[in-house]
Ligand binder design. Sequence first.
Ligand SMILES: Nc1ncnc2c1ncn2[C@@H]1O[C@H](COP(=O)(O)OP(=O)(O)OP(=O)(O)O)[C@@H](O)[C@H]1O
Ligand SMILES: [Mg+2]
Length: 508
Amino acid sequence: MSNEEKKFIELISKIPNVAVQGYNKQREVIYWNEASENIYGYSREEALGQNLEDLIIPSFMQSTVISHIENWHKSGIAIPAAELPLQHKNGTTVYVYSSHIMLNEHTQNPEMFCVDVNLTEQKKLESTIKNKNLELENIFNSYDFAVRGSNDGLWDWDIKNNTMFLSKRWKEMLGFQENELENCVSTWKKLIHPKDYDYCMEYIDDALKEKNGSFEKKHRLKHKNGSWIWVLDRGKTFFDEEGKPIRMAGFHTDITDVVKKDKEIKEKERMLLHQSKLASMGEMLANIAHQWRQPLSSISTLATGTKIEKEMDLLTDDKLLCALDSINETTQHLSRTIDDFKNFYAPKKKKVTIFKIIELISKTLKLVSSQIIINDIHITKNITNFEIQSLEGELVQVLMNIISNAKDALLNVEGYRLIEINSYTKDNKGVIEIIDNAKGIDKKIVNKIFDPYFTTKHSTQGTGLGLYMSEEIVTKHLKGTITVENINFEKNGVSCEGAKFTISLPLI
Ligand SMILES: Nc1ncnc2c1ncn2[C@@H]1O[C@H](COP(=O)(O)OP(=O)(O)OP(=O)(O)O)[C@@H](O)[C@H]1O
Ligand SMILES: [Mg+2]
């Protein structure tokens, strides 16, 4: 052996991390360098003479390895270099990149040399990375699962590197497959409704400036099918130690249905308001018509009466002036009714005044006087005066309604017809009573007379709104009460039976 050859063998035997082993035809170790000792754990002495497969080949590979080597001896087919999981003395796996050379190939004593590079550390590193990736994937999957479970789409913007992650659900919400939308900020920007674009850019800008700022905003995004989806965008910005924004992440929730329902509800409310306005307008007109019926019939009676008197040459100047005054008074009342109704339906414009009850009653009687006189009704009054702060016009209407009902009832009474009006104070309340002797109200209907549209009269005679309106006015506007009862009483030695309406109002 030359010096050069000796040097070379020396080098091979000492080279670190490259394990070189030699085997004879029976696969017994004939050469085992230092690196082989390190990698496989067997000393040179231990290894020499041992079979390859018994030393470093894991049991599951043994038969394959033997057949490959035998095949090489027989047919000359070399075993290609490969990454192999071999076995350390202590049983652990040693990953090597193994290359093989056959010396004396076509002789009786072929020798196979293996050159193994230890890959164990590299493998460990690879497996750590793989595990980490797996861990990350698991974390992400469970995160994504949680997010998907909540039906929200996740977005995550790495501001530093300007990359954006958009979750599968984020894309699905807009009708796209995962691979149909690129994971970048411009994907979002391109899908924003043009009318919402500036607003979105503004809130993102604000969120980039605002430390610890999180936001919750609504905007529209374009669905793949061209429709617009309403999303609730909830996000948060993360900052580094220097206060620079580094990341912004959040969720999209599809709120299209909520927005749609909200719109529907608003529309319904608008319609209802409109309908109730129409209804109250209708009610107002019905009430005005009701209030006008009595005064209009007074005017008509006065006018025709005056005309007949003129034709019969009975009309004196005094009578004419009296009739004209009465007509004038009544028309003024008609005009006031309109104002009162305006106040009634626009309560802000209500005019509250202080007035004396005695004046209020005489005003009312003036307005109904023609009906009273014509129908031969006697009025008696027991008035204790008191002052009241209220809506005078409305109270006049209430009294007129009650008196006019009494007059209607009295038309069925032959003989003495009476309406008695009393007023007094009791328990810090001002009380007005209106009593008639028209036999009272049938017990069967007495509970219904304050209901709207309840009437026992012919449709040309009554609408059934008089007492309903009166109760509304007294309770809601005048903060008082109105009740009815049938009573028996004696008047001028005659026993009477009739209805008694009692209005009780708070005193000043
Ligand atoms: N003093 C009364 N005596 C007997 N019945 C009465 C008396 N006052 C009211 N009623 C009964 O109560 C009903 C309801 O009265 P309300 O004033 O609400 O309506 P109306 O007089 O029938 O019609 P309108 O809307 O034109 O006033 C009357 O139809 C009548 O049957
Ligand atoms: Mg009535």
